[in-house]
Design a protein around this ligand. Structure first.
Ligand code: COA
Length: 180
């Protein structure tokens, strides 16, 4: 798959493509930077001990699977974000995939998340196995929730006080889904 989102004449377009092995180190660097913000993801940076080969294996497995995909967004030669569609492995869950999305902090608010999500949904709609996309998001991640709602994702539930921060404060987890 390969889609391009044109922006204004002065801005280079955002290109969405399936990731490949060679993208693994950059994807991992972006993910680590997002983790280091300590705000958006469940995993803490010191809990994330993987290497480039692990990331390459994930990319290979998803893009070789009939109900999964790993996409990257590029602006010019630079990878600026990624989105994984991880389809279920059990027979009862094959029709359902979980989405994870992240964009490098200096490239947010420029349409990269929207371009990634648009491609993922278009791909999922044409996929003969998938019927449903699901995701989890911190209840206070307003930018991400706005993005998901723009594409028609609806809230399926809210887990109250699911996450505990270092200072003891709690944050809710929201489950959202889209039928495709
Ligand atoms: C959430 C995330 C993927 C969105 O990607 P993005 O490239 O920043 O988003 P976009 O520029 O495509 O904007 C998408 C929508 O988000 C909303 N949005 C954008 N900037 C916003 C801001 N500053 N405040 C609130 N909402 C905003 C808008 O609704 C926008 O839709 P529109 O362009 O039709 O108006 C990105 O901000 C990110 O990686 N955040 C950190 C990691 C993360 O939270 N991942 C999701 C975990 S569930």
């Amino acid at each position: 798959m390969n889609t391009t989102l044109e922006r204004s004449q002065s801005s280079p377009p955002i290109l969405i493509d399936s990731a490949s092995d060679v993208d693994a180190p950059i994807v991992l660097e972006i993910y680590r930077r997002v983790l280091s913000e300590e705000r958006w993801m469940v995993t803490r940076p010191d809990e994330f001990n993987v290497n480039d080969e692990w990331q390459a294996k994930i990319i290979r497995e998803l893009n070789n699977s009939s109900n999964s995909r790993f996409l990257v967004a590029r602006i010019g030669p630079r990878i600026v974000g990624a989105l994984s569609v991880t389809g279920g492995k059990h027979d009862r869950l094959m029709h359902r995939a979980e989405i994870e999305i992240y964009v490098d902090s200096d490239c947010r608010g420029m349409g990269v998340g929207r371009a990634l999500m648009e491609s993922a949904i278009t791909w999922s709609k044409t996929n003969p196995i998938l019927d449903k996309l699901s995701l989890y998001v911190f209840a206070d991640n307003t930018r991400a929730i706005a993005l998901y709602e723009n594409f028609g994702f609806v809230v399926e539930g809210r887990m109250i006080g699911e996450f505990q921060e270092m200072d003891g404060s709690k944050r809710d987890n929201v489950m959202m889904a889209l039928v495709v």
